[in-house]
Design a protein around this ligand. Structure first.
Ligand code: FPP
Length: 235
């Protein structure tokens, strides 16, 4: 990266292409997800190293439950296995949060998520949001429900429901606005990821499958981000 490069403050990544990577190598899909989890760890460390403020990754969507039971189990097992290792909390500076629904996950995964969130609560480095059982529409519906409760409790009036309030009720209210949304694997869709937060994000699509993704490719995406003229709806 050149010294003139300005960094996006918040990057979102759709970690796509694990299945195709596995097929290409004659391996079961679970092997693609396992390799994807290794790359996830490398990219988190790299974001931390270069000073990215926030990173949000899509690990499991509200729609992914419709995959075969074997595949859902393999992704959940990877979460069990990798999360503990990846955030060996001693000496860590990454602050981890999980975003998404919490009512459909197995109890042991939930406990592990809470353990990691609690253990990293005081960390001041990269803000890492891991989206598990996450959907952008579900997140907006959740924010609307919370706002409705506030009205019912008499804490606000309906006219107080504005963009700032909804923003404060999203799962990423802790973080700066999303600057860069990155999707590897050649797909060019948003797939229900960070719909609210994408309002002024720059989209960068890349052909590489997620398990082949590297820090050099992240640098390239950041260079591309730097070449864009962001006008935020103005001139
Ligand atoms: C999309 O690829 C990927 C997923 C649905 C799972 C992503 C999960 C990981 C990278 C591992 C777990 C992550 C953490 C945080 C430890 P796909 O299966 O849709 O690939 P395809 O489009 O090639 O079939």
């Amino acid at each position: 990266m050149s010294s003139e490069t300005s960094l996006p403050r918040h990057i979102g990544i759709i970690m796509d292409g694990n299945g195709r990577w596995a097929a290409k190598h004659g391996l079961p899909r679970a092997a693609g997800h396992a390799r994807g989890a290794d790359v996830f760890r490398t990219i988190c460390r790299y974001c931390e190293k270069i000073g990215i403020e926030a990173l949000t990754v899509y690990a499991f969507s509200t729609e992914n439950w419709s995959r075969s039971k074997d595949e859902v189990d393999s992704i959940m097992n990877i979460l069990r296995r990798y999360l503990r290792d990846a955030f060996d909390l001693e000496g860590e500076t990454i602050r981890v949060r999980f975003i998404g629904r919490r009512d459909r996950l197995e109890k042991d995964i939930l406990s592990l998520m809470e353990e990691i969130e609690d253990g990293s609560r005081d960390n001041t480095g990269l803000k890492l949001n891991i989206a598990v059982d996450y959907g952008g529409r579900d997140e907006i519906a959740h924010a609307a429900r919370e706002a409705a409760k506030m009205v019912l409790e008499g804490r606000i009036s309906p006219d107080d429901i504005d963009e700032d309030l909804i923003d404060s009720l999203t799962y990423t209210s802790c973080c700066p606005p999303l600057d860069l949304l990155l999707r590897p694997s050649g797909e060019e869709r948003i797939s229900n990821f960070m719909l609210w937060q994408c309002a002024y994000a720059e989209f960068v699509y890349m052909d590489t499958l997620w398990p082949d993704f590297t820090p050099e490719l992240l640098d390239k995406a950041i260079e591309e981000f730097n070449s864009r003229n962001r006008r935020f709806g103005g001139r």
